[in-house]
Design a binder for this molecule. Structure first.
Ligand code: FAD
Length: 642
């Protein structure tokens, strides 16, 4: 909890983002309440002040710097002065901007995204947002888990797997099916259909890494990853794309023997079959139809996306997919490989955060973990599979002092550049399948690099928290247009990279800047192409997630807007990453890679990399299938080694 004086400043900052305002003349009761009840009336200012202490070291530090810079006078200044001060201070340094960004996101995402005990948010009637379509079913919570007593515990296994997501679940299943004793340690908790409430803010708080609030040190990259039993596969959008041929050839040249041949086709087919990938259940919602109109009008092609959804998937429920599929139609690892693993005898512990891998004479001997914060668990195992995801896997190796100089380097993120159009007719982009079409036509437009065009999920909290801020009234006015938003992103293929390092608390932190010239040019091209598509599809207003408001309104000079987007300062760009890869990559050279071409660490025998962090480069397509096929391949090598 910050000092009393700091609390007063934080509360004044919250009240600047969401002040109490008069509604426009003639507004109905819901709209009057939406304008009137700002951060103070809703208790958001007090809640945010209370929550700042639990942020990670980087953002906590950025908020502390901001409070120092604003000083005590800020709390007593009028609204206009506070607004101007915050905007000016955010331009002084990226660290101060991160502090402003964090408090803005917490305030506005809470205002329109957080729910009360009844599962609703009081602003939704004014925004036209319907909230959940149905209640969670009474699904039994019967996934078999091992529970441990508080205090100290010891376990033995042949193979211990760290993380239960796309990669870890596969290696666990294959090792257990090969007759090994397998223990899966998953840091997050077990949630299933009975817990999925179709509320994005709750889904993020309970099933995303750091509650969905992890920023790169520059604040330019928001990092989204799954943290629940089953990892990202439980909350992802089910886009299934095979590894591109040219990427397979490149990785073969890096020392991943045979990756360009039939054996990797076989591993990919195995995954494709097990998670039931199909296009038969794929349906376009209004958001995606608008995107297809924009693409076609500019002469760009699109394809129907393959998804790992059951064939009787009910598309009307799919807008809440990133908060888990209440219908149980998402063929996540929880319903596939993790089940296979326990069917073959694997044991699973949740709430088990692996702190360190233990080694002796260059060989793995086990891991040390903390379970539910109360149990110190020591596991003896001759094989350790690191599959904690692209952000946490390198942190495990760094804390263990193993993996060599490349650990944490080469982090690729598929930076996603988001552009939203406001249409004359309601789009209600929260209805229907989040992602159902893709265009590959712009994947090689900037020095051989480029981006995929795909649509996105829409929810009030994200658009409230991340849309550019100019003043409290404009923010409220804009949010009332939510049903008219169509929103798409350009998912770019990294040219440069970032890095995972350990912060002051020994936790994973991310360094990433838009400092690579090719990546910058891809970002500009993505923003301008998506803006052109929106205009072709009939948008009357277009805006981006740049820090400063980059907006076009019908009647204004569109070419001038494209120039403005192209000329916007590099630091103004804001990206999001749902794909973190490469931070413990495979390869032949121990100076530039962490593990050999089959996944075993160069410097420690018996430690294997089994997740997205193993990818030698970004694949340039949504990575789940690649992560899983590579995990099948690594599992085959692990099984051969027994
Ligand atoms: C919102 C969203 C949408 C996405 N949509 C798609 C899509 O449509 N298509 C696609 O291809 N990809 C998508 N992805 C990406 C995809 O889900 C990931 O690439 C994939 O899940 C990565 O697999 P992984 O095994 O590396 O890690 P994860 O699946 O993230 O699993 C890692 C697990 O390790 C656990 N863990 C972390 N640290 C520790 C520790 N110290 N000890 C023990 N356990 C630990 C975590 O809690 C987590 O459950 C999406 C991701 C997100 C966030």
């Amino acid at each position: 909890m910050p000092e009393v004086q700091d609390q007063a400043i934080i509360q004044a900052v919250c009240d600047t983002f969401a002040p109490s305002l008069d509604a426009p003349a003639g507004a109905d009761d819901a709209t009057i309440a939406f304008y009137r009840d700002g951060a103070k009336a809703r208790g958001i200012d007090v809640a945010v002040a209370g929550a700042v202490g639990s942020l990670d070291a980087l953002t906590r530090g950025a908020v502390a710097s901001l409070l120092e810079r604003l000083g005590p006078d800020f709390a007593s200044a009028d609204l206009e002065t506070r607004t101007a001060t915050l905007l000016a201070v955010a331009d002084e340094s990226m660290r101060l901007r991160l502090g402003v960004r964090q408090l803005k996101a917490m305030t506005l995402a809470t205002l329109v995204g957080a729910v009360d005990e009844t599962g609703t948010n009081p602003t939704w009637p004014a925004l036209g947002y319907p909230g959940p379509a149905s209640k969670p079913p009474a699904a039994p919570k019967d996934f078999p888990l091992v529970t441990l007593p508080a205090g100290e515990a010891e376990l033995d296994a042949d193979v211990v797997v760290i993380g239960s997501g796309a990669g870890g679940a596969i290696v666990a299943a294959r090792a257990a099916q090969a007759g090994q004793s397998v223990l899966v340690l998953e840091a997050a908790q077990y949630r299933n259909e009975a817990d999925f409430r179709q509320i994005d803010s709750l889904g993020a708080a309970t099933m995303f890494l750091r509650g969905g609030s992890l920023w790169s040190s520059s604040g330019q990259m928001g990092v989204l990853a799954g943290a629940t039993l089953g990892g990202g596969t439980v909350i992802n959008s089910m886009v299934c794309l095979r590894t591109p041929e040219h990427i397979r050839e490149l990785w073969t040249s890096y020392g991943l023997e045979g990756l360009d041949g039939p054996e990797f086709d076989k591993f990919t087919d195995m995954v494709w079959d097990r998670i039931g990938v199909n296009t038969d259940a794929t349906q376009y919602n209004a958001n995606t139809r608008a995107m297809i109109t924009g693409l076609a009008s500019l002469g760009y092609r699109h394809e129907r996306l393959p998804r790992n959804a059951a064939l009787d998937d009910d598309a009307t429920m799919c807008g809440y997919c990133n908060a888990g599929c209440q219908q149980g139609k998402k063929r996540s690892t929880l319903h596939t490989y993790l089940q296979d693993a326990v069917d073959a005898g694997a044991r699973v512990v949740v709430g088990a955060h692996v702190d360190k891998i233990v080694t002796e004479d260059g060989r793995a001997t086990g891991v040390l973990a903390t379970v539910d914060g109360t149990t110190s668990l020591s596991v003896s195992a001759r094989n350790v599979v690191v599959a904690a995801g692209g952000i946490e896997s390198p942190a495990v190796l760094l804390r263990s002092g193993i993996g060599g100089p490349a650990v944490g380097k080469n982090l690729t993120l598929h930076p996603a550049w988001i552009v939203t159009g406001v249409y004359e007719e309601p789009v209600e982009a929260w209805h229907g399948q989040i992602q159902s079409a893709v265009s590959f036509d712009l994947t090689q437009v900037v020095d051989g690099g480029g981006f995929l065009v795909e649509s996105l999920a829409l929810n009030p909290g994200t658009w409230g928290g991340q849309s550019p801020f100019t003043d409290g009234r404009t923010t409220r006015d804009q949010l009332r247009k939510l049903p008219y938003f169509a929103t798409w992103h350009g998912v770019s293929h990294d040219h440069g990279s970032g890095e995972v390092y350990l912060d002051a608390d020994g936790r994973a932190a991310v360094h990433w800047n838009l400092d690579d010239d090719v990546d910058h040019r891809i970002a500009v091209r993505a923003h301008t192409e998506l803006a052109r598509m929106h205009r072709e599809a009939g948008a009357t207003e277009i805006f981006t997630f740049h820090w400063s408001d980059q907006r076009w309104t019908k009647g204004e000079d569109f070419d001038a807007y494209l120039t403005q987007l192209a000329d916007s300062p590099i630091d103004d760009h804001t990206a999001f990453s749902a794909h973190q890869m490469g931070s413990c990559r495979l390869g032949a050279d121990p100076a530039t890679s962490v593990a050999d071409g089959w996944g075993q660490l160069h410097d420690v025998k018996g430690v294997w990399i089994g997740d997205a962090s193993a990818l030698p480069t970004a694949p340039g397509v949504n990575p789940m299938i690649t992560v899983m096929a590579l995990a099948e391949r690594t599992a085959s090598a692990l099984v051969k080694s027994f």
